[in-house]
Design a protein around this ligand. Structure first.
Ligand code: FAD
Length: 289
């Protein structure tokens, strides 16, 4: 019996488990270790706020590259249920909460359909130690539980971000300061007329603005951006040429940025929106990684 342990049951760990259940040879035991109560949702999709939307159109969110319609079909079978749209188009940006439910269903289905001898065990707990003992991984959980595995997959997600000023400041210990903004209680204790400062001006800041707006917040929301840039609104664009297909890939992240910026300038001269250039990059995302 071969054991594969996956630490982290967010989207990455859940999808690794799903694909293993579909493809692993007989006599494979998959352990999925997650410290949160829910499987599949991770940080991004564990939100109850209906205004927190996917930032990728529904038609491109299938869990299976060989079945690009899979997410759309799943949404269609749930049409009209609470929180689900009556009808969805591939270009729609759906609530992230639905995607979390989808990933949970995808895993449950893979578990049901797994071939004989391939099994999944979901372990509720936090992995706190991992060492190699006689060529196998030995995992320890916070509650003292232990597992041995032939392979260990780390699907821990991103670690919490740095502090805005990297030294110990009393402000960081204040209840007014929220370092991890994705927890459900981020806005707890805030009065409707309080002012809010969002440090950063990306998608998480947008999430919080949507959440504040939905809660009827009246105070001023200040949003800080180092480069003075704001989140850009999505716009449907005509497809742009797949500009990286016929050349060798830049070797560094910085070179990629330069390459894409140059292409954005070239496209602008042809009257093509920069969003189309970003779309032209998407088919290469796997190769870039
Ligand atoms: C607010 C937000 C919105 C996003 N929106 C989108 C979107 O619309 N579309 C998109 O494609 N991507 C989106 N992303 C990116 C998204 O996070 C990634 O695509 C993907 O969900 C990351 O999943 P993950 O499993 O790697 O990480 P995570 O979601 O962080 O999951 C990691 C899991 O590992 C668990 N874990 C960590 N350490 C341990 C341990 N020691 N023991 C046990 N369990 C552990 C955590 O509890 C967590 O559940 C968004 C990200 C954020 C933060």
């Amino acid at each position: 019996m071969r054991t594969i342990a996956i630490i982290g049951g967010g989207p990455s760990g859940t999808l690794v488990a799903t694909h293993l259940l579909r493809r692993a040879p007989p006599d494979t035991r998959v352990l999925l270790i997650e410290r949160r109560p829910s499987i599949g949702r991770g940080v991004a999709y564990d939100t109850e706020c209906a205004g927190h939307l996917l930032n990728v159109p529904a038609g491109r969110m299938s869990a299976f590259s060989d079945a690009p319609q899979h997410f759309m079909d799943w949404v269609a079978t749930h049409a009209g249920r609470p929180g689900f749209p009556d009808k969805a188009d591939p270009g729609d940006f759906l609530p992230r909460r639905l995607y979390g439910i989808y990933l949970g269903d995808v895993l449950a289905e893979a578990r049901r359909a797994a071939p004989p001898g391939v099994s999944l065990e979901i372990v509720a707990g936090e992995a706190v130690d991992l060492e190699e003992v006689a060529g196998r991984g030995r995992l320890t959980l916070a509650d003292g539980g232990a597992f041995e595995a032939d392979r260990v997959v780390l699907a821990l997600g991103n670690l919490p971000g740095e502090y805005p000023i990297p030294r110990s400041l009393p402000a960081y210990r204040s209840p007014r300061y929220v370092h991890i903004p994705w927890r459900g209680d981020t806005l707890a204790g805030l009065k409707p007329d309080d002012d809010v400062l969002l440090v950063g001006q990306g998608l998480t800041a947008t999430d919080l603005m949507v959440q504040l707006d939905g809660a009827g917040h009246r105070g001023t929301i200040h949003a800080l951006s180092r480069h003075g840039l704001r989140v850009q609104v999505h716009r449907s664009v005509q497809p742009y040429r797949s500009f990286l297909a016929d050349e060798s890939a830049p070797g560094t992240a910085r070179a990629w940025v330069r390459r894409v910026r140059a292409e954005v300038r070239a496209a602008a001269e042809l009257g093509v929106d920069w969003r189309a250039v970003v779309d032209g990059l998407r088919p290469h995302a796997q190769a870039i990684w």
